[in-house]
Design a protein around this ligand. Structure first.
Ligand SMILES: C[S@@+](CC[C@H](N)C(=O)[O-])C[C@H]1O[C@@H](n2cnc3c(N)ncnc32)[C@H](O)[C@@H]1O
Length: 194
């Protein structure tokens, strides 16, 4: 898919969506691992449910997405809710975050493997990454049909193995009754203080 048609698809989805989306489970389940202050990035933020929560948690929050519709909707919601979010239209593959720039990076339902080294470098000492996205193993009739956009077994763990892992969950195929996170891998990890 060309970048233009990929962007048009996302602009259409963001225009048609009725809400700002849901807060990522990896964040909701690990709020205690957020620092009390610092600079946070919601990468490929969509309409920004996670960015709004990060901002309300006291973090200086930046939110980037290549969809101008998503960013406009996030700015409108942030204004309505009195949340201070610095939202920017930005192609994060073409322009990843700079080195040593964030204390928290949140990635939810976005998988671009070439970005991982940039994300690790973009963490400040002690900085934390919260990441969740779909795996290939369990299919709950949601998420991308193209399996290249789904994680292999333990892949998320391996992608960030040079960091200190604080939280990892991936049910794989062992759960007898899949629940709302069974088709996800979720990770919280941090860069050492140095
Ligand atoms: C599945 S949505 C997830 C949105 C949000 N993170 C969430 O969890 O609700 C994927 C997002 O990635 C954005 N996106 C796709 N390619 C991108 C790129 N190259 N640069 C920035 N954003 C991109 C889309 O516009 C879309 O908002």
């Amino acid at each position: 898919m060309s970048t233009d048609s990929h962007l048009s698809k996302w602009n259409r989805r963001h225009a048609e969506a009725e809400t700002q989306g849901s807060v990522a489970q990896v964040l909701l389940r690990n709020l205690h691992l957020l620092p009390a202050s610092g600079k946070a990035l919601d990468l490929a933020c969509g309409r920004g449910a996670n960015a709004l929560l990060l901002a309300k948690s006291g973090l200086e929050t930046h939110a980037w997405d290549f969809s101008d519709i998503a960013i406009e909707r996030l700015m409108a919601t942030a204004q309505e809710e009195g949340a201070n979010v610095m939202a920017q239209t930005r192609d994060v593959v073409a322009a990843p975050p700079e080195a040593d720039s964030f204390d928290v990076i949140l990635v939810s339902f976005f998988l671009e493997r070439t970005l991982v080294p940039h994300l690790i470098r973009a963490l400040r000492p002690g900085g934390r990454i919260f990441y969740q996205t779909f795996v290939k193993d369990v299919y709950l009739d949601r998420g991308p049909g193209n399996s290249a956009w789904r994680l292999d077994r333990n892949e998320l763990l391996h992608l960030f193995q040079e960091l200190q892992i604080h939280y990892y969950r991936e049910d794989g195929t062992v759960c007898s009754e899949p629940d709302e996170v069974s088709d996800l891998a979720m990770l919280v990890a941090s860069r050492g203080e140095e």
